[in-house]
Structure formats: structure tokens, C-alpha cells
Write a new protein. Sequence first.
Length: 130
Amino acid sequence: MFENLPLELVSNLISLIVIGLIIAKFVSYKKKIAVIEGLCQLEEDKKLTPEDKEFVSSSIKEYEILQAKQQGFNKLMYPAFILIAGVFFIFFDFAEAMIHINILVVTYIYLFIKTIHYKNFINLLRKINI
């Protein structure tokens, strides 16, 4: 059954899965931004409770740790992406290699989006005066 499955189809399915992850990350991002905007509104109305202030300070620390880990992971993955792309060009002809590199491009975009989201969360939370 799987012997007749073209490799291009597998490559495209993996790319679609990563695109699904990007969409899920975006939806999660929008929900978290709504929470942060609610906290900003509470801060403008001078209604921030001590629990809210503790949440903001702990969230800043948490996102700074996540951002540092993500940046380290990105630095590790960039050479790996280059190596994998080189392997694709060695073992496949140019047209097939370009199809498979689609996975690397989409995954790179996903990693970049994660880094940007963490940075944005940190910046927005720091705007809240605690």
C-alpha cells in the first residue's frame, strides 16, 4: 500500500501539518494577546489586583525563558536545515529537491513565528506598569 505512495505527497502532507501548526499557533497567540489587552485595560482603569501583578511578572519571566530556549533551538536548527537542504540536493534532482525543501521553509517560518510571538508577549507585558 505505501510502496506506491509518492515521496512528493509525503513531503506535501508534512508541509500541510506544519502549516496547521502555524495556524494553531496564531489562534493561541490571538487568545493570549486578548488576555494581555485585558490586563492593559485593567491597568489603565487602575484596577490591577496584586494577583494580576504577580501574573504579569511571572509571565514576563516565563516568556523570557521560553524566548531564550527558542533562540537557542533556532541557532541549533539553522545549520541542520542547511545540511538537510544539501542532502536533498545531493540525493534528488533539482526539481524534486525544491519540492522537499518546502518542508524546511515552512518549518523555518514556524520557528521564526514562535520567536516573534515570545518577543511580542514580553514587550506587551512590560508595558503594563506593575
